[in-house]
Design a protein around this ligand. Sequence first.
Ligand code: COA
Length: 162
Amino acid sequence: MKTYLFPGTFDPFTRGHRDIARRASGLCDRLIIAVMENSAKKPVFTPDEREQMVRLSISEYDNIEVIKSSGLLVDIYKDMGCCAVVRGIRSESDFRYEAEMTLANRLLYPSYETVLIPCRDDMSLISSSIVKEVGHYGGDISKMVPAEIVEMVKNKLTERKL
Ligand code: COA
């Protein structure tokens, strides 16, 4: 069975992330989405909230599973028997970042592989940071995050302001 791993902070999960997950799930037998921590980021949403948002957003796909981890990516990769990590790329700078991450992970686990999926044109400007910025000021985020989580994201971002 070919298992791919799609890791991210997903703070919050965006339509761009969902598009990558949908396309990646068609390239493998099982896709595991891992809600993780990035030591450079201070997430607004808790790990449980981020996991719940991913679950709600991908419920229609039978071969996608969701897990949560605060450990190393290569450990999940090994433990879950994955053959590649999937990442979406929007730009040249994303590519550079992903290349560095792949090299670092390969030092930890030599058979580590990455599949890079270019994002759709209309999603190239969506990022979790933009969702938080727009939502913070009460703007419309419905084109940026999956419909299933729009209210949850809005409520959290509004509640933070109070
Ligand atoms: N469409 C829209 N947005 C996209 C996207 C796409 N296709 N692909 C990426 N993005 C955006 C995200 O919205 C996010 O935006 P932000 O920077 O404003 O938050 C950014 O690009 C990337 O975030 P995300 O996809 O959530 O992943 P990440 O880069 O935060 O995740 C980890 C990094 C979690 C995979 C990495 O830190 C990790 O492996 N952590 C575990 C610890 C570890 O093993 N570290 C060693 C790594 S070498």
